[in-house]
Ligand binder design. Structure first.
Ligand code: SF4
Ligand code: SF4
Length: 347
């Protein structure tokens, strides 16, 4: 009896939260998902640090390497992706990098740049900084259109460099030479050392980006991240998008005012911008029922997706790919313990 009562209360609460006409709760759901992924990232980083300590500082117990740390090697993931496409072979040192790259690309193609808006810890930190800036200065600033456009081209230039270098210039046999090098084997360690032994120049660069992020929204994501640039371009083919219905819209402007990607939602019927990261802030802010929806278009069929289901679909695709890869044995690094002892003991 007690269990049935709990289920009924939970069902009734879910109904009141998810079916109420105002959709402000979506913002809270997203903040919660982002915070969880940020905590997960910290946890993975901590475990990887403990794993390293075992090899570099005598007396530290062995901690198993968290394979998800390969998510921080997007370039390696891209290289493995191309290598697997051309040779049918999954490189065995950082296979989780390939899996993460595939999952992130798949999410972007299917449900907008949702990885950036819901999962990426860098996007979340960036958001916390501009929110802090909003509190301190009472608002965030906006660059003049031409300056904004010019700075935005930076991330596309960086993206083009990686695409040209890895996608076209680097042949699979060149990649193989890189894959068997000690440098590649501990690419994850090098990435961690970049942050733990940070140079003065890198600290200055991060500091400047941090200060600019207090003033302007999402400076790293909007102007500099080549990964986000690629995902944004791919997301233009996504069947999921935000659509505005003119008949229901009261032109209150709340959607455009609140969009963290500075998209003028109020003036568009369908958001096709590569900057839209599916955060649903516009949908959450819209006071007019039926004016803004998440839609899924397939051929001539167009259906409305309940906004509460958007993160379910997004996380479902993400974890389905990771789960399938794990079941196929494409997740765990095959680097032997002795190799870590050889390469890391002198560091
Ligand atoms: S258009 Fe809507 S979903 Fe896209 S970034 Fe702006 S607020 Fe988020
Ligand atoms: S928030 Fe809704 S009602 Fe207001 S302008 Fe945007 S779509 Fe129209």
């Amino acid at each position: 009896m007690g269990m049935i009562h709990i289920i009924l209360v939970a069902a009734s609460m879910s109904y009141h939260v998810f079916m109420r006409p105002d959709r402000a709760y979506i913002k809270m759901v997203r903040y919660g998902v982002q915070a969880l992924f940020l905590l997960l990232t910290v946890h993975i980083g901590y475990r990887f640090f403990a794993f390293l300590q075992h090899f570099t500082t005598p007396g530290n117990p062995f901690v198993e390497r968290p394979h998800a740390v390969d998510a921080f090697l997007p370039i390696a993931g891209f290289m493995s992706f191309k290598y697997a496409l051309f040779t049918g072979i999954v490189e065995p040192f950082h296979p989780a990098g390939l899996v993460m790259f595939t999952a992130i690309v798949a999410v972007s193609v299917l449900v907008k740049k949702g990885f950036c808006g819901w999962i990426c810890p860098v996007g979340t930190l960036s958001q916390y900084v501009w929110m802090a800036g909003e509190r301190i200065f009472g608002r965030n600033f906006r660059m003049e259109r031409f300056t904004d456009g010019s700075f935005r081209s930076l991330k596309y230039i960086l993206m083009a460099f990686f695409l040209l270098f890895i996608g076209f210039a680097m042949a699979p046999n060149m990649m193989l030479l890189f894959f068997i090098s000690d440098y590649y084997m501990i690419a994850d360690v090098k990435t961690m050392l970049f942050f733990t032994n940070i140079s003065t120049l890198s600290l200055w660069v991060i500091g400047v980006i941090g200060i600019l992020s207090l003033l302007y929204k999402n400076v790293w994501c909007r102007y500099l991240c080549p990964y986000g640039a690629l995902l944004g371009l791919l997301s233009r083919w996504s069947p999921a998008r935000i659509e505005r219905t003119e008949q229901a819209c009261t032109h209150c402007g709340a959607c455009s005012r609140n969009c963290p990607s500075l998209i003028d939602v109020e003036k568009q019927e369908a958001i096709r911008s590569a900057e839209c990261f599916g955060c649903l802030t516009c949908v959450a802010s819209c006071p007019a029922p039926g004016a803004l929806d998440v839609t899924i278009t397939s051929g001539r069929r167009r259906s409305i997706l309940h906004p509460a289901l958007f993160p379910v679909v997004l996380l479902g695709i993400f974890y389905l790919i990771i789960g399938a890869a794990m079941m196929l044995g494409i997740w765990r690094s095959q680097i032997p313990y002795e190799e870590y002892v050889r390469v890391l003991s002198g560091m």
